[in-house]
Design a protein around this ligand. Sequence first.
Ligand SMILES: Cc1cc2nc3c(=O)[nH]c(=O)nc-3n(C[C@H](O)[C@H](O)[C@H](O)COP(=O)(O)OP(=O)(O)OC[C@H]3O[C@@H](n4cnc5c(N)ncnc54)[C@H](O)[C@@H]3O)c2cc1C
Length: 507
Amino acid sequence: MQQGSGPSSTPPRDAHERERLENVHPDGWRNPRPADRYGLVVVGGGTAGMVAAHAAAALGAKVALIERGLFGGDCLNVGCVPSKSIIRTSRLYAEMRHAEQYGARTPADIRVDFPALMERMRGIRARISRADSVRRLTAAGVDVFFGQACFTGADALTADGARLRFKKALIATGARPDTPSIPGLAEAGYLTNENVFDLTELPRRLLVIGGGPLGCELAQAFCRCGAQTIITQDMPLFLPREERDAAHILSDSFARDGIDVQLNTKAVGVRVEHGQKLVDLVSDDRRSTVAVDAILTGTGRVPEVGGLGLEAAGVAYDDTVGIRVDDFLRTSNRRIYAAGDACLDHKFTHTADASARIVVRNALFLGRQRLSTLTIPWCTYTDPEIAHVGLYVRQARERGIPVKTFTIPMHDVHRAIADGEETGFVKIHVKERTDRILGATIVARHAGEMINEITLAMVAGIGLRTLGRVIHAYPTQAEAIKQAADAYSRTRLTPPIRSLLRRWQRW
Ligand SMILES: Cc1cc2nc3c(=O)[nH]c(=O)nc-3n(C[C@H](O)[C@H](O)[C@H](O)COP(=O)(O)OP(=O)(O)OC[C@H]3O[C@@H](n4cnc5c(N)ncnc54)[C@H](O)[C@@H]3O)c2cc1C
């Protein structure tokens, strides 16, 4: 947490905040009297918990939902929603600085209004909180309890002194930031996603530790908002999961933004002197010290499994992996399931949602839906965005699947040229000698939107050849996908087929 010296981070209790809190944890809330026994008790009111509770109640189950903090969980309060709101404004500032590229003029001195930017974010968060409100759940017939849930046995738990018995339960307790153990960091004070959105002033100098999605997104956003930003990553590239050329493009883009990129670099010690934080960095055998006003850690997230009484419930878990589940999302207690960040490797809002739906089917309707059948896309919302779905080439090779890749650079896409958004590529992998799509990586300004077309094709079993027959509106950036499909179709014109076609034409 941000302690000691550094920029102020006490959230203003403005009208937006009052609206959000009234939606996600109403003042003076009184828990209801528990029913004799619930068909489903859900622990955690984040995306996974709310989706499951809504769906189960709509399908006729008697449902209780227990939340110890704020409904909406990380995504609404301290994750996707505030980060994407800030990223939007930061993009605008970046574009204003490069306005002349678009034939436009702006004042030479563009001033960032950080309080206004944060107020916009709070307004968006308040508006979206209406969809995650306690009122919506109670209107759907869900019994809502505020308090820390703790299992007391195989079919019972307590929440704020009330005892709830259940036929089935869902653990959807999410994840929390994993704090790096750097000597002096705790004493100096640091930011995580849990308090960075409470900042009321922009840190003049910011160090971001960690080059995963969270670190990359926020480093770029804060830099574009005017913070002198350094990002350290203890590996050779950012986003270790992604394809190397995608990560390279991101490093270059960061450098263009003016971020001080320190790859292969570890933060090894922090101390406070004269109100500033001095951070010792080690890169190979080179040591250096940087002085900053704030440190943001983005070194991963660990599942929230503490204090839940999992031993009493007979639920197996691991502090790193989370709740142990099988492919049907059942825990070692057959009555209890898990969903979302508490148990999944892919910690995203859309996977929390999808896994919650699987649980409702499997737990309440004897369903046999498997987690492994899901096709899961994801996107890191940097500029350019980096989106992926399906297999990477290395994964396909590990499975012995021969791969052919079709790549279209965005600078060959007319709309990307017109938009001045030419950085990146669309890369689609198919099984060799077929048009079956194995996976895709898209690096582009709107990669997150574009990846959905490939995901649809994969889920529906549509091959790359058919994507080539889909008329794409001109000019759109998604035409890059059609261009990749056309490139595939050209490979089908083998020399014998070409000569046959020539003979046909002559005839
Ligand atoms: C900065 C940031 C940006 C992100 N951006 C994106 C993005 O752009 N796209 C995307 O898909 N994902 C994004 N994510 C990830 C996304 O927020 C999570 O994957 C998602 O919120 C997981 O939902 P969940 O329901 O599993 O858990 P959570 O949202 O964490 O909800 C869990 C809830 O359980 C409650 N709880 C925990 N223990 C107990 C207990 N014992 N008793 C009662 N209640 C309990 C917690 O208070 C919490 O409200 C981002 C995350 C961060 C941190």
